[in-house]
Design a protein around this ligand. Structure first.
Ligand code: SF4
Length: 322
């Protein structure tokens, strides 16, 4: 039976996501590549941009026009249309503004590797074996660069991570350096568990690459509190040493970048004052730029902070005031 058309505006469509096999999908909410609309190995940048814009128009007419968007719509509907990064029942003017705002491709997400050195308990990598959904585990970074090269001027941001560990690809650091050398204005952001930045030489090359922002996933204030999610494979002390060295390198180069952030997901087992305080104190002692706290959707999200956005926001503020 054909579903009734549902006009839908999704703010997650502000970027295109290049997967580790070169195929391109609509957003980071599509880990199983259900919304594929092109490939950097087959399409030119301009062809891909045309398809990108076309998808935004199609979804604005009907959320069911793309398979993964259809699933999102049904989930949002089932939850009673809670506030989020989407609009239903919008005015013609709102639709016009949305289409105008997303009339060119300005933000890219690139997944250098779909392989991760960790399998966190409850992460998509553990639940779905992400590499088995890709036709190749690592991107050809020379092709990625050639694809972007003539159009970097219009790309404001590259998020160089998606569902794998960025530094599991040996060419990630040279790629950042090439991008920043050609287009210093393009902001390059990497989120990582940090473990693969395991030599001073790698960290030195990373700081020298001019990467703008590094977000470290460390979900707890000690080895004991990170392990329930990040498993025994994560080495808390090792990552502290890596961060210490990155801060020292920034000082040595007298560089404001990269911004160094600690990302702490609050689960039921690590949402207590003691662990939060340990992490915040360590982040300050190390000389990081910020610590950010989030409540994940899965597994066992913190009940204490889940429906308490004001308290959640205060956790980060304490660090900034420190
Ligand atoms: S509706 Fe869902 S799948 Fe579609 S672009 Fe938005 S977040 Fe992505």
């Amino acid at each position: 039976m054909t579903k009734e058309k549902v006009p839908f505006l999704c703010e997650f469509m502000n970027e295109a996501v290049v997967l580790s096999d070169g195929r391109v999908t609509t957003c980071c909410m599509d880990p199983l590549n259900q919304n594929i609309f092109g490939s950097i190995y087959e399409d030119s940048f301009k062809e891909l941009e045309r398809k990108y814009v076309d998808n935004i128009r199609r979804v604005a007419e009907d959320a069911h026009s793309l398979p993964r968007c259809s699933i999102c719509y049904e989930k949002i509907k089932a939850s009673g249309f809670k506030p989020g990064k989407y609009s239903v029942n919008f005015s013609e003017q709102k639709k016009k503004d949305h289409l105008e705002q997303l009339s060119s491709l300005k933000r890219m997400v690139i997944e250098p590797s779909s392989i991760c050195n960790l399998k966190c308990n409850g992460c998509m990598q553990q639940r779905f074996d992400i590499p088995s959904y890709r036709n190749a585990p690592r991107l050809d970074m020379d092709t990625v660069f050639s694809f972007l090269e003539g159009n970097l001027g219009q790309i404001t941001t590259i998020r160089l991570y998606n569902y794998g560990e960025t530094f599991a690809h040996p060419e990630s650091i040279p790629f950042i350096k090439r991008v920043k050398s050609l287009s210093s204005e393009t902001v390059v952001h990497v989120a990582t568990n940090g473990l693969m930045l395991d030599t001073h030489e790698k960290r030195k090359r990373l700081v020298e690459s001019s990467v703008d922002r590094l977000t470290f996933s460390i979900h707890g204030g000690s080895q004991e509190s990170v392990e329930p999610y990040m498993t025994k494979v994560f080495n808390f002390e090792k990552v502290m040493e890596i961060l210490k060295d990155l801060v020292a390198l920034k000082k040595e180069y007298n560089a404001a970048q990269p911004i160094l952030e600690w990302k702490y997901l609050l689960f039921e087992w690590n949402d207590n004052d003691e662990e939060i305080s340990k992490a915040t104190t360590l982040a300050q002692q190390l000389g990081l730029d910020s610590i950010l706290f989030f409540v994940p959707g899965y597994p066992s999200p913190s009940k204490r902070f889940m429906n308490n956005p004001e308290q959640l926001a205060k956790l980060g503020q304490v660090f900034k005031q420190g």
